[in-house]
Design a binder for this molecule. Structure first.
Ligand SMILES: C[S@@+](CC[C@H](N)C(=O)[O-])C[C@H]1O[C@@H](n2cnc3c(N)ncnc32)[C@H](O)[C@@H]1O
Length: 331
């Protein structure tokens, strides 16, 4: 068993992404989940999971209980250790310093040396308290760190790219969306409304070959510039075209992911927005069995009309007036 440290404050969304890198993911308390197994190389690419650790013990959110549980646990490791504790979302009031000192002493008594800079093994101690699905939870999970996600999103802010337009998606969100869509090595991902290429960029960075389409020439030129600058020789193609009539053959992609235009009408595409999104959903269904569609409103009826099953719809607040609806679709 593993424990996962979720990022952000929407655990259901984070767990949905984590499920692409771990099996049987279950939220056990705010910000923490358990999983039966993990694919460590995929955990490294997750946006909304910080780390996965091999579970040693589960107790109540209490340092005495955590200390007793560690004393009783079998530890089949040797070498140096560090203990890192977190009071997730600062809800339990447990002192992380005290927890680190006391649990560290338990391990020293068992023959481990302490190395805070470069330990052979790192014990994560996660205290969390709060509600999950209306039920009160109060846990401490102890686990040996197995994989951490790479947090390099600040290196590729949309405003620092060669081509920027307002509305470019933040790389952290784009990464989560392409992961949920199933991006990764040996997959082909299509964004039929690629804009500045934010989704394509993240899909290419996790190893997908990507195709971007946009109805505006300046977007196709700009996203090509961005991909060239940030992923270099990765396998990408950008073409000018219409999301409702994609220049690709049936069943030629593993996933489609797009961020539909916001507002009552699409200014650029000469379609009413509903026709545009409906048409794009139908085209997506023609070429792939999985899609993740982001919009400023729910498009569930249109997705079903296009013969998609809506597996999830998440509402994510971006700022005061904008809520992003994330539809996770399967064929
Ligand atoms: C919300 S933006 C996408 C933003 C993008 N995810 C990014 O990070 O920059 C929507 C895009 O859809 C494009 N678009 C609108 N109608 C289209 C159509 N019929 N076919 C293809 N692209 C279209 C617009 O030009 C715009 O770039």
């Amino acid at each position: 068993m593993y424990c996962l440290e979720l990022a952000g404050d929407e655990d259901a969304f984070a767990a949905c992404e984590a499920a692409t890198a771990a099996s049987a993911v279950e939220i056990v308390a705010p910000g923490v989940a358990t999983a039966r197994g993990i694919a460590a190389d995929r955990v490294r690419n997750l946006a909304y999971t910080h780390a996965a650790s091999e579970l040693v013990a589960t107790t109540a959110a209490d340092i005495d209980a955590a200390e007793l549980a560690l004393e009783a646990a079998t530890v089949d490791r040797a070498g140096s250790i560090a203990v890192r504790a977190r009071d997730i979302r600062s809800q339990t009031g447990c002192s992380t310093r005290t927890a680190e000192r006391r649990l560290g002493s338990v391990l020293v008594d068992r023959g481990f040396s302490v190395d805070l800079d470069d330990p052979d093994h790192e014990l994560r101690v996660l205290f969390s308290e709060g509600e999950v699905d209306g039920e009160k939870r109060d846990v401490c999970l102890l686990g040996w760190l197995a994989a951490e996600s790479k947090r390099d999103y600040g290196d590729r802010r949309p405003t620092d790219r060669p081509f920027f337009q307002p509305g470019s998606m933040a790389p952290l969100d784009a990464r989560a969306l392409v992961n949920i869509a199933g991006a990764g090595p040996d997959t082909r991902v299509v964004d039929p409304m690629c804009g500045t290429g934010g989704l394509l960029l993240e899909a290419a960075l996790v190893g997908s070959s990507v195709l971007g389409v946009d109805a505006q020439w300046k977007m196709t030129r700009g996203s090509r510039e961005n991909l060239t600058a940030l992923v270099g020789d990765a396998n990408f193609e950008i073409v000018h075209g219409d999301a409702t009539a994609l220049p690709v053959v049936d069943d030629s992609a593993d996933a489609v992911v797009f961020d539909a235009p916001y507002g009552r009408q699409s200014k650029v595409a000469r379609h009413e927005l509903a026709d545009l999104v409906g048409g794009a959903l139908a085209e997506a269904r023609r070429i792939a069995d999985r899609a993740v569609v982001v919009a400023d409103r729910p498009w569930e009826k249109e997705a079903r009309n296009a013969e998609w099953t809506v597996d999830h719809r998440f509402e994510r607040r971006v700022h005061g007036t904008l809520v992003r609806h994330v539809h996770v679709l399967s064929g």
